[in-house]
Design a protein around this ligand. Sequence first.
Ligand code: FAD
Length: 443
Amino acid sequence: MAGTSQPHVVVIGAGFCGLAAAYELGKHGIRATVLERDADIGGLAGSFKVDGVRLEKFYHHWFTNDLHVMQLIEELEKQNQVLLRPTRTGMYYANNFFKLSTPLDLLRFSPLPFFDRIRLGLLALRARRVQDWRALEDRTAADWLRAMGGERVYQVVWEPLLRGKFGDVAEKVSAVWFWNKLKLRGGSRGKGGEEQLAYYRGGFAALADSLAEAIRTQGGEVRTNATVSQLQVDSGRVIGVVAAEEAFAADAVIATPALPIIADLMEAHVPGEYIDQLRRIRYLANVCVVLELDHSLSSTYWLNVNDPGFPFVAVIEHTNFEPLATYAGRHIVYLSKYLPETDSLYQMADEEVVEYTLRHLIRMFPDLTRNWVLDAHVWRAQHSQPIVECHYSQLIPANKTPLDAFYLATMAQIYPEDRGTNYAIRQGREIAKRLIIETYRNK
Ligand SMILES: Cc1cc2nc3c(=O)[nH]c(=O)nc-3n(C[C@H](O)[C@H](O)[C@H](O)COP(=O)(O)OP(=O)(O)OC[C@H]3O[C@@H](n4cnc5c(N)ncnc54)[C@H](O)[C@@H]3O)c2cc1C
């Protein structure tokens, strides 16, 4: 490692971006060392075990149009591990459940008058036809959605979703962010117009493992419990990092954690204005409750909750997507809440969070009793969703930094798409290719 003459790059973070970057470097003969703070790899797509089987801490699926991840899976010769399945989407509104998987479901969506149902359907189609996202950069999602579908459609369908996800900053979210959601989810469909989503045999963790294995086969290394605490800088150039009290020399370093973490690492070495720029992008945290139940709640995979009195934006019954048998017959339900890290729910003890969750869930599903709960888990992520405001393109820091040989490749730089493992992989591979040209080929 330190002191060898073989090309060597350090990658900070073993989420999908960091792993993809290291894999791409290895493909080009550059040895990569991935240093990960946590005990496991996978980052936000990391997992825990349910009855010995790995499951994402935060619900995860792919859309059928997530081509970057599919291409990587093909390179790893793991195509047979991809599971493509139809899924049911629904909405909870005014104490009722509505199916919303197909165009026909939309036509039957009784909370809206018939004319507004048509407007809602047309809005989704029109959104998918928008070619140039730049035209939407100066508009908020709220303003754009109101203009396209009218006030009533906005109030019934979009406002609760925006508020449920972004809370007090909902009105600031850019139309570009929402446009992408409509485009990607709306485009993830089978031939009959039904929604289709993809999963991976053994969960996202199994793909992360395959990537880590490929990196090791290429001669690289993936280290866990290795928090990078310091950059080593010589005359404005990063020459290595310190992690877990060990120094790792490198020709270049790619940093994939959230921008505030990178700002802390860079602070001693660059002007304050640059650090302010890194800290300008705000993030929401996430609390995700995972329930293991001995009964199913419903036949819907993804239930949007358009009820302001319910604290979670969606109820996701994972075992209506991945079969029950995978988890020894346990029904897996996720409840997710994006929130500022100062929110009382984020600070609550786990048992309190579970109790609070069940109280609300029982209102929705009156048959549910506490006896159904075989186990419950609470996961938190401090930097889980960058807040994509108007003119976000001007807030994003460049991949190249004021420090030579130090590159940023973070979730907050994914744009105009929203963050996701597919784009984390795209970004990781692109930054690796660029680094190779700038560090090794230009010499
Ligand atoms: C609730 C939720 C649901 C989601 N659902 C989906 C979905 O359905 N499909 C999908 O594709 N995506 C989904 N995502 C998004 C997806 O998880 C992320 O976009 C993706 O995992 C980001 O990967 P990354 O490598 O860029 O960042 P991260 O996964 O955040 O990786 C960064 C890594 O850096 C590590 N790190 C931080 N500081 C240090 C340090 N000092 N030293 C060393 N390591 C450090 C972190 O521990 C982490 O492992 C979801 C996210 C959330 C929060």
